[in-house]
Design a protein around this ligand. Structure first.
Ligand code: ZN
Ligand code: ZN
Length: 297
């Protein structure tokens, strides 16, 4: 999809404009996203230990008391020695659910600007936006060891970064794989090598958008194959994808990696869909979002 002509003229006069809302980026080092759109992508601070979904506020409070002694000392309730509630380790979606991966790190919730960004990233010609998002989540992941939530997040040492691959026909039509671009940036930020072709898709899959969770699992069953077992064996792998909703894609990819001998499989995604139990109606395309922005302008 080509950018609209008016946008090209603006880019010529004012080289930087926000990809999501078309605001001009004046006096800023940013070339892709404005501060308003960035601020809508709020990092998840207290996440489910398996799927990365945000946990309720009560869990955040209890976690803060446990990790930060200063917070605990100023908390009368805690100072009185009331027995601390055990923080829920997982969300309700993960209860009684067996994942093939150890854990998913989700940067933000799939809503507002992150929805627009995720839909744009699936379109050709939006590679700069994808690189920008990849750098954001890569820096976010790299900052974990410095975060006060270190004990909570249990950031695991990793050996290899592997993107979720596209089937070759889709890759040819889209001209780039957004997960691969995200993985390149994440690998650079955390200082780990990337293996872009270690994992492959052995068949075409239908889009997941209108499917139920069970249909998504069936759709993604045994889709991934490890093409380079030597690169994967005994490695701690970090999978990279743009969005996790039902988890079917990451789960099948992790299954293939573990079957090939990976010692552990973690994953990082840009956005976590928190209404995974529902089938969301298909949203507007990046093209329609762009035309909406034109009308706003
Ligand atoms: Zn913006
Ligand atoms: Zn969960």
């Amino acid at each position: 999809m080509q950018l609209p002509r008016w946008r090209s003229w603006i880019d010529w006069v004012y080289p930087n404009a926000c990809t999501l809302c078309s605001r001009l980026l004046v006096h800023t080092q940013e070339h892709t996203l404005c501060n308003a759109c960035r601020s809508e992508m709020i990092p998840i601070e207290n996440a489910c230990e398996r799927c990365g979904a945000p946990l309720p506020a009560t869990a955040i409070e209890t976690t803060a008391q446990r990790i930060d002694p200063a917070h605990a000392a100023t908390s009368g309730r805690h100072a009185r020695g009331r027995k601390e509630k055990k923080r829920p380790p997982t969300c309700t979606f993960c209860e009684n659910r067996k994942w093939e991966f150890s854990r998913v790190y989700s940067y933000t919730v799939y809503r507002d600007a992150s929805v627009r960004a995720a839909r744009f990233m699936k379109e050709p010609n939006y590679e700069p936006l994808t690189r920008c998002i990849g750098t954001i989540i890569g820096n976010w992941l790299a900052s974990y060891p410095l975060s006060p939530h270190l004990q909570l997040l249990d950031f695991a040492p990793l050996d290899l970064v592997v993107p979720i691959p596209q089937y070759w026909i889709r890759r040819f039509l889209h001209r780039y794989n957004q997960s691969e671009v995200l993985a390149e940036q994440v690998a650079a930020c955390i200082g780990r090598p990337m293996a872009p072709f270690a994992l492959g898709r052995c068949r075409w899959t239908q889009k997941q958008g209108m499917k139920t969770i069970e249909e998504r699992r069936q759709n993604m069953r045994q889709v991934f194959v490890v093409r380079n077992r030597t690169a994967i064996a005994n490695r701690r792998v970090l999978l990279v994808d743009d969005v996790m909703t039902s988890g079917a894609t990451l789960n099948d990819a992790a299954r293939a990696l573990r079957a090939a001998g990976a010692s552990s499989v973690h994953a990082v995604v840009f956005a976590r869909g928190v209404n995974a139990h529902r089938v969301e109606p298909r949203g507007p395309t990046a093209e329609s979002l762009t035309s909406t922005n034109q009308k706003i302008q």
